[in-house]
Structures are given as C-alpha cells and as structure tokens.
Design a protein. Structure first.
Length: 751
C-alpha cells in the first residue's frame, strides 16, 4: 500500500501549520532572542517595539499569568529569560503585530541590556566547574576491575561526537486561536501534543481541558519537535490569552537554527579489555554529554546512551558512567536514536582502537562478540530472539565480506591516490520508551453508519508513515479496502494523555490501540451478523467486505452489516487502550526488562577517499535489517534509507560550529551541509532479514524509525580505514564528524 500522504505531498495539498487558512483578525508573532550566550539581564526595553505602528502586544516573562516554566522532565527551563540569559538564542520577548514584517521590524527595536558573563561551551570544562544538569548515572554488570586484570590486551582512548541540526523542512511553528469561554485551540507542529497542552496550561494557569492541541502532520520532526515545539505553541497561546485574537508564529530557518537544541555532542574516555582470542571481557567508559543550558530530555537521552553503550555485543564486565554537563548552548534534545548513536560510536571506537593496535580487522572483533540468545544485557534484560548473528550471516552470504575486503586491497595496491576503506556496522536497538509509564496509547475508532471508518490516535505523522500503518491495521482488522478508512488529525480533545510520537514506537503503541478498538467493534459486528444469520458469531468471518459463515460467502455486505448494527442500536464507537505488557525497570538498580524487543541489523560500508584533495564518496552501503514481518515494505525501506543518510551525515559532513562566545556560526544552509543526492552512497542495498517478527510489534512488523540511523556510524570507520591505507602514520583518533578537511589533515599527518 502506498503512503496515504503521497498524493497530497507531491501535489502540494497536504496541510501543515502554515497552510491552515487563517481566521479574520489573525496576528503574527516574532520571537526576540538573546544574542549573548551567558549574562545577567539588567534591562529589557520594549518601548520602541510597543510604540511601533501595527504592533498589538509585546510579551515577556512578566506577562505570564501562570508559571514561567517549560521543563519537561526537570523544572529548570523558563519560557522567557527573566534574570539570567543562558544561551544565545534564548527567547526574551514575543512581539505580536498585524503582519509578520511589522512584527520583525518592531522586534529589532527591542533593547536588551545584558551584563556579559563568560560562557562555557565544552562539556569537560563544565564538568570541571561542577556544572551538571542533574546527577550522573552508571550502568554496570560483573566486576570490571578484576576482569581488566585478567585481560591479555587492554586499550584506552578518547572519543568525541559532534552535534546535529535536525533540519526538518517545516520550521517550528504554531497557530493558536481563542475558543468560547476562555478556551484556546493550538495547532502546533509538535511530536508531543499532550506536552504542548500540559505546558501551555502551566504557562497560562489554566486546567488542561481548556487547551486543545491539534496536529495534522509535521514536515519532519526527527526528535527536534518532541519537546522543542512547545515554547512556540506556548508563546502563541500566551498572546491569544492576552489579546483574544488568533496568533500565528512560524520561525525563519536562521532563527530556528539559532534558538533550538540539537543532538548532544559527547566526549568520552573508554577502556577495553580483550582475551587472547579477541573476546571482549571488560569495558569501561565515562561519557560527558553536552546538555546545553537546561535539561530538556537529557536525562532520558543520557540513559539511552547507557542502555546502548555495548551496542550488539555481549561483554560480561562493564561499567559506564555518564554525566550531563550544563553549557551555554541551546538545550540539546531528542534526535533520532536518542543517545543510542553516541553510545554505539564510542563502543565502536574502542573496538577500532583495539583492532588497530592488534593489527586485526575490526570485524573479527565485532563478530566474535555478538550477543547470543539468553545473554544478559548490562541492564538486566535477558536477550531473546537475538538476530544479530543471523543478520551478519545473511550479509556475508550475499556479499562475501572476505572477497569485498580483497577487492578493496587490490584497489588500494593499484591506486596510489585513491584509497578505499571498509567497515562493518552492527546495530542492536531497544524498542520502548525507557520510562515504562510512557509506553501506553489510545485510539478512538468510529464506524459510521455508511460503513466508512474514522480513526483518531495519539500518533503524529511526521513523514515516517505512521498514519498509513495505522490505516492498514484498521483496514486489515475490518477486512475493508483502505479507502474506507480515514486517519484523523492528532487531537488532545479526542485522544488524551498521549505520549509523544517518539522512540520509534509510534506505530507499535498506537497501532496496537487501534487494533484493540477495531477488534472490539468487529466482535460486536460479528454478533450482529450471527443474529442476522441465526448462527454462532464464532462461525462468522469477514473477507473483502463480505460476511462469511463457516467459510461460505453470504449475501451480507459490510455496509449492510454496519447499517443493521446501527438499527439495532449497537455502539459503533470504541476507545482502544494499549499498555505494553512485560516491560518494567527499576531506576534505583538500573535493572529490569525495559524493552518490548530489540531491532537488529548489520551494514557494510565502503568509502573511497581522494588522497590529493581529502574528498570522499561512499561506493556502497549494503545492510541486512530486521524488519520483522513488515506491514509496509516501501515505507520501511524509506525509513531505512533516510535513517542511513542521516546517520552518515552526522558522521561525515554535518559540522556545527559555535564560536567562543557561544554563538552558532553554522546558522544557515550555506554553512551547515546535510547529505544531498550527490553525497549519499552510489549504491544502497537494503535486505530484509528472513524472520517472523515478535508479538509485541504491531502485526509483527518491527519498529523501524530510528535503528537504521546507526548504520551511518560505520561511515566514520570506513573513512578511517581508507586514510590508514594511504598513510599508516595517520592518527587513529575518534573525533566525529570526519569532514573532508579532517581527512586531508590525517592523510598528510606525520608522526
Ligand atoms: N521519518 C521522517 N520522514 N520524518 C521524521 O521526522 N522521525 C524519526 C523516525 N523517522 C522521522 C522519521 C524519529 S526520531 C522517530 S522516533 C520515528 O520516526 C517516530 O515515528 P514512529 O514511532 O512512528 O516510527
Ligand atoms: N523519547 C523518550 C525517546 O522520551 N524516551 C525514550 O526512551 C526515547 N527513545 C528514543 C527516542 N525518543
Ligand atoms: Mo525520535 S528521537 O524518538 O523523536
């Protein structure tokens, strides 16, 4: 089945926040933000803006009727700075005017008097100063000290990863308008409608039922709108509260890049110990997460780095500690993989280091240490249905890694100025929010009297195809064609208390809730059919819109059945509730069974480096991915390819630059480069693992949103191997991204 949004997208008819027809009297907002990364706000003079013709209001911290607090996990972030400024791009005021240009002009008349303090941008420096956002966390298993003593080889090193700009195509934005009796409706480009509702209610001092949040779809989120769509929705709502008129705010690209948080950069120290036969016996690491100026989702991201700190390997003795360091950057936030990619990059760095020192291929170490059935993860969960070795075997069988490696070697012998490098990247990613409570969802299903169906759920469509998958679930349960099903917008008045669409679990959680609701309705309809046919409902089945009795087609069509049920006053609406069974986690011991299941896969990447200029391209990326029994192979293929490209961009070309004043230098598309059609691999081959898929995945179709991003981590190591083929003296260091400039420096590095 085609993506339900495909036609709307290519014809430009899909509706995003900025496409909603505006009501008469709509006003436009512009956020005024600090250019200073750290300082004391002495005075904020808004008089010039207020006096500017066409301006209807200028709102600051003083104008918040409720609490000036937007922190999602920890209450440590204000909507508008009031006393101190903690990052460049921090909102100070919101100017509302008759049109956008007027609002922008007026905002430029605001004068902020800030006593400049020295900013900290480096997490290790913050750590030294004792600036942590919240207490550190440690995951451990076994006895690392003793294990290191017994290791034949022990290596230590340091690894750094850069941040990453989400660069969703649709910028952050919101359109809010007053409803009767003091209620407010907010259209927001958010992954977390309930988070917007809850935070707006706190800002305005209103109960949640006064705020309705509606989301049609997003032009991309990638985690950047899990928490950080909220402030702009709150600002629009605040202006509506004061002015009683509709207010719209859409950030410009440069403002969005300046004000919003990104993927967390990490700096880490690692130590790895191996036995003589290359078994990893011990692993120890310390992570310094660059959290930015407020906690945002950092505690959960820090935890996921710990969960995935040993990637797809079984290591009997591990201890990893992670610190979230407070710096004067915009609060860093969720980004596809949610700390997992950083944890895995550091693990792979340790393996690459060991491989280099021992003069063996990294993949020998990788494959020797793959997780096996019934191994224990460092967080206590027993590994079940482990597919990592199967993925590797299928990859090796199809591509013959040894032959691939030989081809690379032959090429490198024959070409003095071009060198190829190869890397293997295994991935194991846990599916579920690591906070157990969040693993719940609801779906409201209506069967209308004409037989058409409407489904509302907590899932937010952001390009990943979740609406199509939910539509397929409903169509499959009712045995009707997809045209019979409509997926409604995500709305907090129809479906309440939603978890954000995140953690790759949107389709599982909301799909299961939909399945539960549809099955309940189907049960009632079968009873109706039983009455109509004077038969046992258990002998009734539906197939292609027709009622079957004991396997024989009857003359009752779906439409007739629904109409009959309605005549009999049967309820044709159902609210399905799903809460993932089995999972639990004890935060005090960091042990439990946090994930419904794991997704596995293995990629092989081949890069070619131009050793004169430092440029490079990727010849080929082939991977075997564990989709389970895919509900929609073309959507899943898109997710795998998109995730891979995004991961490779993070590792190779996407470089955030902040200057020493804490100001973002890479603040536009001319200074921040993401992969385009020319820089993605020449060949990408995606192979599905032959497997059934687990019960806890929706119709056994496994979550796919985030895991493939981590294949991109291999890009760093493929480039490193190509560089070493040209210059064996090049440093084997771990400082992503590996930009062409860095490649060039390494190619000509002398001892
Ligand atoms: N794909 C597209 N096209 N756009 C997106 O914003 N977000 C990713 C992934 N794939 C994203 C995407 C992220 S970060 C997550 S968590 C999942 O989709 C969320 O959707 P799901 O839970 O339905 O997989
Ligand atoms: N968000 C969240 C996530 O709140 N908890 C998670 O575990 C998670 N994992 C991945 C992406 N977003
Ligand atoms: Mo995705 S980082 O879970 O929004």
């Amino acid at each position: 089945m085609q993506n339900a949004d495909a036609k709307g997208h290519v014809t430009g008819k899909s509706v995003y926040v900025d496409d909603i027809p505006v009501q008469k009297g709509t006003l436009y907002g512009k956020v005024f933000s600090s250019d200073i990364a750290h300082g004391r706000l002495r005075k904020l003079d808004i008089s010039g803006a207020l006096a500017y013709p066409g301006v209807e209001g200028v709102f600051t911290a003083k104008d918040i009727p409720g609490k000036n607090q937007i922190g999602g996990i920890i209450a440590d972030e204000v909507l508008f700075a009031d006393e101190v400024v903690e990052f460049s791009g921090q909102p100070l005021a919101f100017v509302v005017a008759k049109d956008e240009l007027t609002a922008r002009k007026a905002a430029s008349l605001i004068k902020a008097e800030i006593e400049v303090l020295k900013p900290v941008t480096d997490p290790r420096e913050a750590m030294q100063k004792g600036q942590l956002l919240f207490p550190p966390n440690t995951f451990q298993m076994g006895d690392v000290e003793k294990a290191f003593e017994n290791c034949t080889h022990v290596f230590e090193g340091r690894a750094e990863t850069g941040g990453q700009e989400h660069l969703y195509i649709e910028m952050q934005g919101s359109y809010a308008h007053p409803l009767e009796n003091g209620s407010i409706k907010i259209h927001s480009s958010t992954q977390g409608p309930t988070h917007v509702q809850k935070t707006a209610s706190r800002i305005l001092g209103l109960p949640m039922h006064r705020i309705e949040v509606d989301v049609a779809r997003l032009g991309g989120g990638f985690g950047g709108k899990e928490d950080q769509a909220t402030p702009y929705a709150c600002m629009a709502a605040l202006a509506v509260w004061h002015l009683k008129r509709p207010v719209k705010v859409i950030l410009h690209r440069m403002d969005d890049m300046k004000m919003t948080g990104k993927r967390h950069p990490y700096s880490a120290d690692f130590k790895i110990g191996l036995s003589g036969d290359l078994k990893i016996m011990a692993y120890q690491a310390t992570f310094y997460q660059n959290g930015g100026a407020a906690s945002d989702l950092s505690p959960a991201i820090l935890d996921r780095s710990l969960f995935h700190s040993t990637n797809a390997y079984y290591i009997p003795h591990t201890r990893v500690t992670a610190y979230s360091c407070k710096t004067n950057l915009p609060p860093n936030t969720a980004f596809r993989g949610f700390g997992g990619p950083q944890g895995m990059y550091i693990m792979e760095a340790a393996i690459a280091k060991a491989a280099h020192e021992l003069k063996v291929e990294a993949w020998k170490i990788q494959t020797r240490n793959f997780l096996k059935e019934n191994d224990t993860f460092q967080y206590g969960q027993i590994a079940e249905n482990v597919n990592i070795s199967k993925c590797f075997a299928q990859l090796d069988e199809k591509y013959d890694l040894r032959a691939m490696k030989q081809e690379v070697e032959v090429f490198n012998r024959e070409n003095p100025y071009y060198k190829k490098g190869m890397a293997l990247m295994p991935v194991c990613f846990g599916i579920s929010f690591t906070k157990t409570t969040m693993n719940q969802a609801r779906a409201l299903v209506h069967v209308y009297q004409d037989g058409s169906i409407g489904v509302s759920s907590g899932a937010v469509e952001m390009g990943q195809g979740v609406n199509t998958k939910i539509l397929q679930v409903a169509a499959r349960v009712f045995c009707v064609p997809p045209e019979k099903v409509k997926i409604e917008s995500t709305n907090t008045t129809r479906v309440s208390n939603t978890s954000p669409t995140a953690a790759s679990s949107g389709a599982d959680l909301n799909g299961k809730a939909t399945e539960i609701a549809c099955n309940a309705l189907l049960g009632r309809l079968k009873e109706t059919a039983g009455d109509m046919l004077k038969a046992n409902p258990r002998d009734i089945a539906l197939k292609n819109e027709w009622v079957y009795l004991k396997g024989f087609k009857t003359d009752i069509h779906w439409k007739k059945l629904v109409w009959e049920a309605f005549q009999k006053r049967i309820c044709l609406t159902e609210n399905g509730h799903y809460a993932t069974p089995v999972i639990h986690f004890d935060k005090s011991t960091n042990k439990g069974h946090p994930f419904a299941y794991h997704v596995y896969g293995t990629a092989v990447l081949i890069a070619t480096v131009d050793c004169i200029r430092g440029r490079y391209h990727f010849d080929k990326v082939a991977f075997v991915h564990d989709f389970g029994n895919s509900l929609n192979p073309s959507i899943d293929l898109g997710q795998a390819e998109g995730g891979l490209a995004q991961g490779m961009g993070w590792m190779t070309m996407e470089e955030l630059a902040f200057n020493e004043d804490g100001r973002l230098m890479s603040n536009s598309l001319s200074t921040y480069k993401i992969p385009d059609i020319y820089s993605v691999p020449k060949v990408v081959e995606c192979n599905a693992l032959e497997t059934e898929g687990p019960d806890l995945a929706i119709l056994r179709s496994k979550a796919v949103g985030e895991p493939p991003l981590m294949y991109g981590v291999g890009a760093y190591y493929a480039l490193q191997n190509a560089i070493l083929a040209f210059n064996p003296k090049a440093p084997v260091d771990f400082n992503a991204p590996m930009t062409p400039e860095k490649v060039l420096l390494r190619l000509y590095h002398k001892e």
